[in-house]
Design a protein around this ligand. Structure first.
Ligand code: PMP
Length: 361
């Protein structure tokens, strides 16, 4: 068996050591005679898994005590709904920064629940740059300001945290959580679907200030998504996705063992810089995102001669580099490189791209 370098945007590659540990303990977890997948979520064994995972997230991201860490069904899009359902009151409005496909989808979803204004729309530059905050529309009486720290499809990443004063800041960190240190205190809510930097799909990790948890919110919020109920019941309003919860814990152990978020940041810079430098020095490959806003996680690129796309995909696959096809909205290619992608993977891709130019350029 051989594992390829997998550039999928998500579900994405997980660390090999984690996959091996899952395999080793799949049938009999910690000598209980059953798989962790087969344990009751109410058992003391699973509770220890759940608490350990939360503890690790708190430690790795330095989450202060007055923030809750919740494990929620519904992945990323579950939160697109949950946030406005909780906080967008009638006759008020929420503000979204539209910097790519995921913030656009989230803003559209929020409109189902109330009034949405867009304070920054990067669509007019093709989602290639984030304009400075002093050029955004005023949002001083918004319910919350929502943004996506890393746009997975367009390959656009914020290089600073928006200043919102007393307005709660809501951040979708699905595709770059745990890839650099963050100051949690600046945020009201951070959420991340698991299937990129954390584990298997289906679950979102939500880090939320306790004041927001305690706020009275609309009765329409379904119980299993309700932040207060989730917080009160240890994220077990109904049966949680226990297997994801367990794997997230293993991934967190791996991150901790490998130097924490500081080291993950260094790795991400090294991997992405290698590819951007190469792309910028070639006339064969193109990435149009402003260098200041280029994502360290997702690198979309196109071939100057698009008729070679299919060949590129076939030959990269034959070279052990998979899932490089770009998102259907953008076409071309995309290399997603999350925490578990070793530098060797980025080098192998760069070398392949170089050879491909020699052959067809
Ligand atoms: N936000 C971002 C930034 C994403 O990249 C994605 C999925 N790729 C989502 C949200 C949606 O996640 P899910 O498919 O788990 O709903």
């Amino acid at each position: 068996m051989s594992r390829f370098y997998n550039f999928s945007a998500g579900p994405a590659m997980l660390p090999q050591a984690v996959m091996e540990q899952i395999q080793a303990e799949l049938l009999d977890w910690h000598q209980v005679g059953a798989s962790v997948m087969e344990l009751s979520h109410r058992s003391k064994e699973f509770k220890s898994v759940a608490e350990h995972t939360e503890q690790l997230i708190r430690e790795i991201l330095a989450v202060p005590k007055h923030y809750k860490v919740l494990f929620v069904h519904g992945g990323g899009q579950g939160q697109f709904t949950s946030v406005p359902m909780h906080f967008l009151r009638p006759n008020h409005y929420a503000v979204y920064l539209q910097t790519g496909a995921w913030s656009e989808i989230a803003a559209t979803e929020a409109q189902r629940y109330g009034q949405v204004r867009v304070a920054l729309d990067a669509k007019n530059n093709g989602y290639t740059a984030v304009a400075p905050q002093n050029s955004w529309q005023d949002f001083s009486d918004a319910e919350y300001l929502y943004y996506v720290d890393n746009e997975t499809i367009h390959g656009l990443e914020f290089n600073n945290v928006p200043e919102t004063g007393n307005i709660p800041l809501v951040c979708d960190m699905s595709s770059n959580i745990m890839s650099r240190p963050i100051d949690i205190e600046k945020f009201g809510i951070i959420f991340a679907c698991a299937q990129k930097n954390l584990g298997p799909a289906g679950m979102s990790v939500v880090i939320i200030h306790e004041d927001l948890v305690e706020r009275e919110t609309a009765h329409i919020v379904p119980s299993f998504l309700n932040y207060k109920k989730l917080a009160d019941k240890g994220s077990m309003v109904n049966t949680p996705t226990t297997f994801s919860w367990y794997v997230i814990g293993l991934v967190c152990e791996w991150i901790k063992k490998h130097g924490g978020v500081e080291k993950m940041e260094k790795n991400a810079k090294a991997r992405s810089q290698l590819l951007y430098d190469f792309i910028d020095h070639s006339e064969f490959y193109i990435n149009e995102v402003h260098p200041e806003n280029r994502s360290r996680m997702n690198i979309p690129f196109s071939l100057a001669d698009e008729s070679l796309n299919q060949k590129f995909l076939e030959e990269s696959k034959a070279a052990g580099l998979i899932s490089l096809k770009g998102h259907r909205l953008l076409g071309g290619m995309r290399a997603s490189m999350y925490n578990s992608m070793p530098l060797e993977g980025a080098k192998a891709l760069r070398d392949f791209m170089q050879e491909f130019v020699k052959k067809y350029g």
